[in-house]
Design a protein around this ligand. Sequence first.
Ligand code: SF4
Length: 121
Amino acid sequence: MPQVRGFGNRWAFYSVESGDKEAPRTVFDPEILDPQTIWMRDGHCRAYPAAVFFPSDGAGVEIARRICEDCPVKATCLEYALDEHIDHGVWGGCSERERRRIAKRRRTAAALTVPAAAATD
Ligand code: SF4
């Protein structure tokens, strides 16, 4: 079974022509999702070309973000991208830069957290 770690959705779904060459869409391929990535089948992005989620400018990021806005697996998607340290693309409605900021905030918060055992010593 092919691995879908890394670019997840972008590998888990493949583009097909819908008959209209101007309207490519993606379809779910259940063969390449595992229990950790099965949520991807519910993502709104599966109805769009993968390139939409790898924008080259801010306007493109905004387009992807709008698609993610009411996606039912948005939170899971964002956590997946953070856990897997995915550097590219829009995931969970966040750009690479936004994910770096979130990861940095979490690292800082974790470093400032005093372990319970140490606090009682
Ligand atoms: S949050 Fe965005 S990138 Fe993630 S699954 Fe949903 S539509 Fe796709």
